[in-house]
Design a protein around this ligand. Structure first.
Ligand code: NAG
Ligand code: NAG
Ligand code: NAG
Length: 442
């Protein structure tokens, strides 16, 4: 019974089934793309340099856009930059007739499936950190475009003598690690002038300013053969304002204060206290700023030399002040009355030398006179005493005169130091100005 009822439906079921089987399959994704990729890669050998005639070199066109200067490590002579790198070459085996493939003009292919030039940056010191972009674009005439952002940590000879007005010239050299110029040649993708002046992509609110990126092509000849290489010379310039405010101006102020200490009288003990405070202040300043001034083993910055010279001057003038006070103290013990002398005319030191002597002699003479009245027999003894006192006073006078000569010497040294201070400050100012002029002229 059920079979009989179903019987009129059979034709319909059959029609439907044949309809499904006979209909074209709906377009799955993009079969032409798949077809094309298969067509391109099935016969492809990525081990072989893609040329029909092996004598012809494969020409790789390079381009570089500097994006940012991330770090300048003077101590380790390393420069970290972020660059956008592009390379374009022609693969004779990856060309197709676009009218046979739905007018597809460009497809992406995995980089691992095709031949790619082995171009590296010679100055690399750390493993390259770049996002793993594993696809390249290929167009119907076989031109392959590969571009990627790279963080380059490169070795660079960084000069610090002009810090903070320094200009650095670092280069990135691209060349094939294995292929000689007969196999892989290099060219510029853009006009050289365009590459040189292109700063649009550069992040400018940094400590460093990009001046130019000069591309140079040359052929490196060595025992293994001739290698084509392309060098991009990046010239960057530091923005010094922050360092001028935090480093140069305070150091100049400290030196000026120290210079002011010369207006205190040289024999004044307060000067030692003052100079010591300046020395302490200077040390604190230097310790604070130790991380700001770049240190390299190869070259020293002029500022560092200046700081050291200033420190040496401070120590020198402090030791001179201590010596001076010590001499004055000696004389006090040997009978001087004033605790702090005013030694305006110490070079011809007869005046102050005579006074205490006669005063002392006066006392002894009067006492001796009284003794003489009491015991006239001991006149001879008294005379001997007088003689010995006289010689003692004379030797003391000589010692004092020696001391006074030393003092005079120290005073002259003081004047010399003052002039040297002025000279050093002047030199420093001139150097800074000329560095600044050189900096702004570049
Ligand atoms: C591409 O294919 C079309 C159609 O077969 C043909 O007419 C044309 O000449 C081909 N072009 C090239 C460059 O081979
Ligand atoms: C493929 O790209 C190269 C370089 O950009 C260009 O010269 C060439 O005309 C392109 N070919 C086609 C078919 O678009
Ligand atoms: C940078 O250095 C290269 C050599 O390493 C030199 O050819 C180039 O002239 C230098 N550029 C500047 C602006 O000093």
């Amino acid at each position: 019974r059920p079979g009989l009822r179903m019987a009129p439906l059979w034709p319909c079921v059959l029609v439907a089934a044949t309809g499904i089987l006979a209909a074209d399959p709906p377009p799955l994704g993009d079969p032409t793309l798949l077809h094309l990729t298969k067509h391109l890669l099935q016969q492809y050998h990525k081990e072989v340099r893609p040329v029909h005639n092996w004598v012809e070199p494969t020409t790789v066109y390079l381009d570089l856009i500097v994006h940012a200067v991330l770090d300048v490590d003077v101590q380790n002579q390393k420069l970290k930059t972020s660059v956008w790198y592009r390379e374009v070459w022609y693969d004779e085996f990856l060309a197709w007739n676009s009218s046979l493939f739905d007018e597809i003009r460009e497809i992406s292919l995995p980089l691992s499936a095709i031949w790619a030039p082995d171009i590296i940056i010679n100055e690399f010191v750390e493993t390259e950190r770049s996002p793993d972009l594993s696809y390249v674009y290929v167009n119907s005439s076989g031109t392959i475009k590969n571009s990627k952002p790279i963080q380059v940590v490169s070795a660079c000879s960084l000069q610090t003598y002009a810090f903070p007005f320094d200009i650095q010239n670092c280069s990135l050299t691209f060349s094939s690690i294995l292929h000689t110029v007969e196999d892989v040649d290099l060219r510029f993708l853009r006009n050289r002038e365009d590459i040189k002046r292109d700063k649009k992509a550069f992040l400018n609110d940094n400590e460093w300013e990009l001046l130019s990126v000069t591309p140079v092509y040359n052929i490196l000849q060595n025992s293994a053969g001739d290698f084509a290489q392309i060098q991009f010379n990046m010239v960057i310039r530091r923005r010094p304002l922050a360092y001028v405010v935090s480093l140069l101006i305070p150091s100049i102020f400290l030196m000026l204060i120290d210079l002011g200490s010369f207006y205190l009288p040289a024999n004044c003990r307060a000067r030692i206290v003052f100079k010591t405070s300046v020395l302490v202040g200077y040390t604190v300043f230097r310790v604070n700023m130790a991380n700001e001034v770049p240190r390299s083993t190869g070259s020293t910055s002029l500022i560092g030399v200046f700081f050291t010279v200033c420190m040496a001057f401070l120590v020198l003038s402090l030791s001179k002040s201590i010596l001076l006070i010590r001499f004055l103290h000696n004389e006090q013990c040997s009978g001087w009355e004033q605790p702090l002398l005013c030694l305006q005319k110490d070079s011809d030191a007869d005046g102050p030398g005579v006074d205490p002597g006669t005063w002392c002699a006066g006392i002894t003479e009067s006492s001796v006179y009284q003794e003489h009245q009491a015991q006239p027999e001991t006149l001879k003894e008294v005379w001997f005493q007088l003689r010995s006192i006289n010689t003692h006073l004379q030797t003391q006078d000589q010692v004092e005169q020696q001391g006074v000569q030393w003092l005079a010497l120290l005073y002259r040294f003081d004047q010399l130091l003052f002039r040297s201070y002025l000279l050093v400050l002047g030199l420093y100012a001139v150097t800074l100005c000329s560095l600044w002029v050189l900096w702004s002229g570049s």
